[in-house]
Design a protein around this ligand. Structure first.
Ligand code: NAP
Length: 493
């Protein structure tokens, strides 16, 4: 990792073009990517698409679809297997880009790259499975076949918080299913996306299958979403933007021949719930890992801890001690807690901390932290009421709200008292209570006796309920269905 960090450091500050139909295009307007942990360090710049270039990308993607959709599924999968193999060989290098661009510590960065590799392997194999003959009831005198065919041009809009894994996963699922893609990366993490696009070119993916158009969400996002050639949108990000896209796609644009499909994975207000029978030490570890991994900037982050009154003081004391032991510093030096992503997140999180101070008892952190970047101390606010604002709003930073419950059913009621429904954890040694939690904790990914972050591709298909999105279950067997449509051909003999 040290060697890779040095190598990547030597490559910081470079410029990356748009890639449209295989053509590299540079623009005068650039998006700057800054290291959030050292704001004097330029990670790189990317060219910035305007609506005219977005239109050009749409034309290229539409044209390429006419050939790419007929490429054999096995061959399409082959591109992903090859890309996965190359990424695996260059794992530390990709991880280093994540360290500099978004402030992930080494472990978090490694997990992000590993997940990207897993997505490529998994979706490649899934496409081969989807391409197998599908079981139908036999009818004498007819040959019936059902195949999963692609949809068309998809606009892929990923977030910055898993800027390799989620970006690559969303893009690869769409293209391996036979669609062509317009990839608009998040504006705070375009360099790692540019590196991924370079890799896909290097492994020989045909030009025009991925069209890389960094640009502002406000400026080209609406334009691409509204476009009459857009067949589907694969979005991961905030609830606000997800709902905006959902509303816009409901309208038929002039010349549009289909209902647009939306796969939207959005925010969370996830929680670790601790029953009286749980082990206090294990519970505190799960709470702290869930709350502060990657500075709490995961959709699955356990930003609430709901603890049975019998164990409350003991668990809280341990949570405070573990939180205070977390060092804040440079991701490059592998500090457990790095920076938050940018100035606007920094101010928003500090604002929530001041709200939290009025809503509960500040027991750890509560301030910004030293450093030439967006550093905030991991913060714990205890004794929150279930109605507190910090128990409901997605803060997306290192802020944990702790709430006391009178019994396990009350704890689960508090857990469910949110508009979101992404992840949750329940810690208990009581079988009856675990089974009650299985039936009553309403979230897409529920974990027992472990933290609520860290879903593994293929093992824990991922996606949430309610305002957390469309429950697409990324990394699961149903996922590619979302990027295909089933066609039945019946031939009478
Ligand atoms: P965001 O602000 O919603 O941005 C996500 C993407 O949407 C970015 O590429 C952004 O581009 C783009 N965008 C902004 N406005 C747009 C518009 N009008 N039309 C089309 N696209 C537009 O979210 P974020 O801050 O990157 O990510 C954090 C959020 O993602 C959190 O809420 C987190 O919970 C959620 N998340 C969910 C999951 C999940 O699986 N459920 C996983 C990861 C993250 P710009 O960067 O150019 O603005």
């Amino acid at each position: 990792m040290e060697v890779a960090l040095r190598k990547v450091k030597g490559q910081l500050g470079q410029s990356y073009p748009l890639v449209i139909g295989g053509e590299k295009i540079t623009t005068e307007r650039l998006i700057k990517s800054i290291n959030p942990g050292d704001t004097d360090q330029l990670v790189g710049t990317v060219s910035q698409a305007d609506q005219a270039l977005a239109e050009q990308a749409m034309t290229a993607a539409t044209k390429t679809f006419e050939t790419w959709r007929f490429v054999d599924a096995q061959a399409r999968a082959g591109y992903l297997f090859k890309a996965a193999a190359v990424m695996r060989r260059r794992k530390f290098e990709f991880a280093s880009w994540l360290v500099y661009e978004v402030g992930k510590n080494w472990g978090e960065a490694d997990a992000d790259v590993a997940e990207a590799i897993d997505f490529m392997e998994f979706y490649g194999r899934e496409m081969i499975r989807y391409a197998e003959p599908q079981p139908l009831v036999a009818l004498d005198g007819e040959d019936n076949r059902l195949t999963y065919i692609p949809l068309g041009v998809g606009v892929v809009i990923p977030p910055w918080n898993f800027p390799l894994a989620i970006m690559a996963g969303m893009t690869c699922a769409a293209l391996v299913s036979g669609n062509t893609v317009i990839l608009k990366p998040a504006s705070t993490s375009p360099i790692i996306a540019a590196k991924f696009v370079e890799l896909m070119e290097e492994i020989g993916l045909p030009a025009g299958v991925i069209n890389f158009v960094p640009g502002s969400g406000g400026e080209i996002g609406d334009f691409l979403v509204d476009h009459n050639s857009t067949r589907f949108i694969s979005f991961t990000g905030s609830r606000e933007v997800g709902l905006r896209i959902n509303e816009r796609i409901a309208k038929q644009a002039p010349g549009q021949k289909w209902m647009k499909r939306l796969v939207a994975e959005m925010g969370g207000k996830d929680a670790v719930v601790v029953d009286a029978s749980a082990d206090a030490e294990e519970a505190a570890t799960a709470i702290v890992q869930s709350a502060f991994g990657f500075q709490g900037q995961k959709c699955s982050a356990g930003s609430r801890a709901i603890v049975h009154q019998d164990l409350y003081d003991e668990v809280l004391e341990k949570v405070i001690a573990k939180t205070k032991a977390l060092r804040v510093g440079l991701a490059e030096e592998n500090a457990p807690i790095g920076p938050v992503i940018d100035a606007s997140a920094y101010h928003k999180i500090l604002e929530y901390i001041s709200i939290g101070k009025g809503e509960g008892r500040l027991v750890a952190g509560g301030e910004k932290a030293e450093g030439n970047g967006y550093y905030i101390q991991p913060t714990v606010i205890a004794d929150c009421s279930e109605d507190a604002k910090i128990m409901h709003d997605e803060i997306f930073g290192p802020v944990l709200a702790v709430c006391k419950a009178t019994d396990y059913k009350h704890a689960i009621d508090i857990f469910n008292n949110t508009e979101y429904g992404l992840t949750g954890a329940f810690l208990s040694n009581n079988r009856e209570h675990l089974e009650y939690a299985r039936d009553n904790m309403h979230c897409g990914n529920l974990y027992f006796n472990r933290k609520c972050t860290g879903a593994l591709v293929g093992v824990h298909p991922f996606g949430g309920f309610n305002m957390s999105g469309t429950d697409s279950k990324a990394g699961g067997r149903d996922y590619l269905m979302l990027f295909t449509q089933a066609k039945l051909v019946s031939e009478k003999f």
